[in-house]
Design a protein around this ligand. Structure first.
Ligand SMILES: *Cc1c(COP(=O)(O)O)cnc(C)c1O
Length: 423
């Protein structure tokens, strides 16, 4: 991995062609790879030699993108997945099983919240959701003997809570467990959680990383910093009989977690991205640094405009000085947070729906964080499975409109808001 500035890494890292090879990362659209001897293939299986044998476990196009993202986040390795949901599932299941317990910030993406509270619960993994603003003492009370990880989002979707990553990292480490941070909204351009003590970083690459709303994907990045050999993680420190007795901490050192995620769980669950999607993700990553700058400056201008509009009840954007999380945002994301803002229109749920239906440039889509400006009403869409009490817990009010500011000219975005508000 290079020592370039992050903007250069976006373009240059992951793939370096040798003499006469394609300048641009090729799409290796092949499930399998040919070798001259069975002995060679055996060595690949033993991890005695590096190489590709089956695209469920690894593929050269996907591998290049994994290396680029690991470099952007400052990790030692990464594994790409078919979606962000798959990344979160893989990150947790790699160190948790039936009988274990996890602690998560309550301010997280609705899909992740369902994954933890419903599906993982059925698998025997218990979750406790905590208020992200709770004191260290209060969070400490949620810890149990069988707690295996602490989970939060750098910048929560859609409530835009800024997590105090250092506070969470200290608590996790004091209790001998890793901190997993979903860094989807901030992206490594605006925040690199590993620098603040996070052990594992996950993303839905479907958002800003792809940036054009063309390919679902996710990624898990390993910092290589967590010491798994503390008695709490037998899956990493005792022989894996399904992988000829490999002891991940002994045989893979700092890469124990990320190697296990690949050779054991990716092998068994097959949450693999396609080489074609990895290629598209790589194209998105090449301009991530440019796009994030524009998403952030546009969003700040729109947030400031909404803030002084008398038809607007409230505006939530951590880049506004009046925002509750302004100081934390300045600490963790000094160059800007993201392009997503949320706000409420005077007149509540009905006014919100009328306003949304009147927008012309901003489209109603169940997606955020791509080049086009879009809007969504979480209470009736992404968060509709949650009860009113759970909605309140997640910080989603019935009038909340989530707006993902794109990279169009900011004056056109504001003009669209103005005409829709006039309706
Ligand atoms: C979208 C999102 C996910 C889920 O990702 P998919 O790619 O849609 O599966 C997880 N976490 C956050 C913060 C997200 O925004």
């Amino acid at each position: 991995m290079s020592n370039y500035h992050i903007n250069t890494k976006c373009i240059q890292d992951g793939y370096t062609p040798k003499n006469g090879e394609p300048r641009v990362l090729p799409i290796y659209q092949s499930t399998t790879f040919k070798y001259d001897s069975s002995e060679h293939v055996g060595k690949l299986f033993d991890l005695a030699e590096s190489g590709f044998f089956y695209s469920r476990i690894g593929n050269p196009t996907v591998d290049a993108v994994e290396q680029k993202i690991a470099s952007l986040e400052g990790g030692i390795g990464a594994i790409c997945t078919s979606s962000g949901q798959a990344a979160n599932a893989l990150a947790v299941l790699n160190i948790c099983g039936a009988g274990d317990h996890i602690i998560s910030s309550a301010a997280i993406y609705g899909g992740t919240s369902n994954l933890f509270a419903v599906t993982m619960k059925k698998m025997g993994i218990d979750v406790t959701f905590i208020n992200p603003d709770a004191s260290q003492g209060e969070v400490q009370e949620a810890f149990r003997e069988n707690t295996k990880l602490l989970f939060a989002e750098t910048l929560s979707n859609p409530t835009l809570v800024v997590t105090d990553i250092e506070k969470f990292a200290k608590l996790a480490h004091k209790n001998g467990i890793p901190l997993i941070i979903d860094n989807t909204f901030a992206t490594p351009i605006n925040c690199r959680p590993i620098e603040f003590g996070a052990d594992i970083v996950v993303h839905s690459t479907s958002k800003y990383m792809d940036g054009h709303a063309v390919a679902l994907g996710g990624v898990v990045v390993d910092s290589g910093n967590f010491n798994w050999d503390n008695g709490k993680f037998p899956g990493l420190t005792t022989p894996d009989e399904s992988y000829h007795g490999m002891i991940y901490t002994k045989d893979c050192g700092k890469a124990a977690y990320i190697v296990k995620a690949r050779v054991q769980l990716m092998r068994d669950l097959g949450l693999t991205p396609s080489p074609n999607n990895a290629f598209l993700l790589n194209l998105g990553l090449e301009t991530l640094h440019l796009r994030m700058e524009r998403h952030c400056s546009n969003a700040l201008a729109v947030a400031k405009w909404l803030k002084i509009n008398d038809k607007i009840a409230w505006v939530n954007y951590p880049g506004l000085e009046s925002n509750k999380y302004y100081n934390l945002a300045q600490k963790y994301m000094p160059n800007g947070t993201c392009g997503v803002i949320s706000f409420g229109i005077k007149g509540g749920r009905e006014a919100a729906i009328k306003f949304m239906d009147s927008l012309k440039l901003a489209a109603i889509v169940v997606h955020v964080a791509d080049a086009r400006t879009s809007v969504l009403h979480p209470a009736s869409t992404t968060h509709r499975q949650l009860s009113d009490a759970q909605l309140a817990e997640a910080g989603v009010t019935p009038d909340l409109i989530r707006m993902s500011i794109g990279i169009e000219h900011v004056n056109d975005i504001i003009a669209d808001l103005e005409q829709a508000l006039a309706q």
